[in-house]
Design a protein around this ligand. Structure first.
Ligand code: AMP
Ligand code: MG
Length: 521
């Protein structure tokens, strides 16, 4: 296995001088060197061929023993120095102090075709940042991370990637629903990959400790390696950097709203500085549209991270990043004016995204109202978010509202019990939509094609991941494989996979792991 290793983070930034793997507060350092734990019987479950290729590896490489050893944490590659990063964060709105990579270990950075990738094992044992936990991960959450990060990539949503999924052969004790029913589960290790795993929290930790020397170093490092397009220096470059982080974070959340993804734990330690979706925990996918929905049972009371609140949370998190960068920028007005741009940018991009979903090209005054009315109809009857937009693309300019209604009605969860009044509301909306598409020059066929490039047909519905997990618990990894393949082409018609273009089955409505997930993983 040949990887072109070119480490930067652990060469250019200050290290924790203490090399013991003991839990502690780490000051004036960006990371601590740490060795992965040796799993007792590692077994490869699945590899992403697309990610292999990005790293310059082949199918043969993935079958070799060296691959199993390196990506299970059994062996450390020559000339590499694995490390865990130090970061802090706001959790559910409160500053939580030092957090850090408690169960993630960065192996190395690889340069291939002029792209840098950091390889990171998740679930490879404790680090100085493990606090009260064990540093391991269970199979169910590892399958969810592996499948979803690759699915998001193919959906065109900025995200960290996943190279491989392995069983560790060890058992891990977890209380899945935090209700006193702890049990042993299979341990697993995922190798995540990203240009960088830096988070808002990596900057916040230095600001909180008033270590402005290191705050400046990590900011300059990030600009140099990850924002090379910034040509200014000093404070001016930090301001430009902040604006770019805002733009990237905004783009990410617009994409989440487009595909119906709910992250579940948008703490500032889970916000990538590159605007990548990171840390797949109790995430979920909208099945019936519901702005108030969150899959995360830990957040059930306040619903801080509910679907409809995600854009506001991104902004709140950006305020925390602005606070963290302020000591090296010392220009409140500049930061505030960037933050104030968020609302307008969001409104413009949200409108663009929604009009794309609706297949509208011209900008018209009434579009905002049309979208508002659509959301209000969604709220009156359970409507499958993914299926609705796919079916909507079948509507043609010459259709009547009655015909249009029959075309979309399979997206309703309970069409037979829909009151006539509500049917009329839908037909009214469809009439407005028909009027609107008749204002467009674009032909039905072209609109159909365009809509189906922005509205996915297949997403990783909550119950689908759970079916893959249930089978995997009995050593049957065929559904992991099938879903991984299916989700490589989320926008394409895939007749052999038609069964996955279906509303959530009734059994999944309240099943743990489907609509209800906790942070336990
Ligand atoms: P999360 O909400 O999963 O992003 O995790 C928040 C913090 O808890 C991070 O610092 C994680 O590294 C840490 N953490 C989560 N699970 C574990 C675990 N099993 N062992 C050690 N640290 C963990
Ligand atoms: Mg995290």
């Amino acid at each position: 296995m040949r990887l072109n290793i070119q480490d930067r983070f652990n060469k250019e930034l200050p290290a924790d001088p203490n090399k013991n793997n003991t839990r502690r507060q780490v000051h004036e350092a960006c990371y601590s060197f740490v060795q992965p734990s040796k799993p007792s019987k590692p077994e490869l479950i699945h590899v992403s061929q697309e990610m292999l290729k990005e790293l310059g590896l082949t199918k043969q490489d993935a079958l070799a023993n060296a691959f199993l050893e390196v990506f299970s944490g059994t062996k450390v590659m020559e000339n590499t120095n694995p490390y865990a990063m130090c970061y802090g964060g706001h959790q559910f709105g409160h500053w939580a102090g030092q957090l850090g990579d408690g169960r993630a270990i960065n192996l190395a950075e690889v340069n291939h075709k002029n792209k840098y990738w950091t390889l990171q094992l998740k679930g490879a044992g404790p680090t100085p940042y493990s606090r009260g936990a064990d540093g391991y991960a269970v199979l169910r959450s590892s399958i969810r991370e592996h499948l979803c990060s690759e699915a998001m990539f193919h959906l065109g949503v900025p995200t960290t990637r996943s190279l491989s999924l392995m069983l560790s052969g060890d058992e891990v004790l977890r209380d899945m629903m935090y209700d006193g029913n702890a049990g042993y589960e299979k341990g697993a290790i995922v190798c995540r990959v990203a240009p960088s795993f830096l988070r808002f929290g990596n900057f916040q930790i230095f600001a909180a400790r008033k270590d402005f020397v290191n705050l400046k170093r990590i900011t300059e490092y990030t600009i140099q390696h990850h924002f090379p397009e910034i040509k200014s220096n000093g404070k001016e470059s930090y301001i430009e950097f902040f604006r770019k982080v805002l733009d990237k974070s905004l783009r990410m959340v617009i994409d989440w709203q487009r595909v119906g993804f709910v992250h579940g734990v948008m703490n500032t330690d889970n916000m990538s500085i590159l605007g990548l979706t990171i840390d797949y925990g109790p995430y979920g996918w909208l099945e019936p549209f519901d702005n108030n929905w969150t899959p995360n049972t830990t957040d059930r009371t306040n619903r801080r991270y509910r679907f409809g609140n995600q854009p506001s949370v991104v902004l709140w998190n950006l305020y925390q990043l602005a606070n963290a960068l302020h000591p090296i920028i010392e220009d409140t007005a500049a930061l505030e004016s960037i933050l104030h741009e968020f609302q307008q940018k969001f409104e413009n991009q949200f409108l663009d995204m929604m009009t794309n979903k609706l297949g509208l090209e011209k900008k018209m005054e009434e579009d905002s109202k049309l979208i508002e009315n659509l959301f209000s109809n969604f709220e009156k009857a359970e409507t499958d978010y993914t299926i609705f937009f796919r079916l909507l693309s079948n509507i043609e300019k010459n259709d009547t509202k009655e015909v249009s209604f029959t075309k979309i009605q399979d997206s309703f969860y309970n069409p037979s019990e829909m009151p006539d009044e509500l049917k009329d509301d839908w037909k009214d909306w469809l009439q407005k939509y028909l009027n609107r598409i008749n204002e467009e020059i674009i032909e039905d066929k072209r609109r159909f094609e365009k809509m189906n490039k922005t509205n996915p047909k297949y997403v990783l519905r909550n119950y689908m991941a759970q079916l893959a997990i249930d089978a995997a618990e009995t050593n049957d990894f065929s559904i992991v494989e099938e879903l991984h393949n299916l989700l490589k082409q989320p926008y394409a018609e895939q007749p052999k996979f038609e069964k996955w273009f279906a509303k959530r089955p009734e059994w999944a409505r309240t099943k743990v792991g489907c609509s209800m997930l906790s942070c336990s993983s």
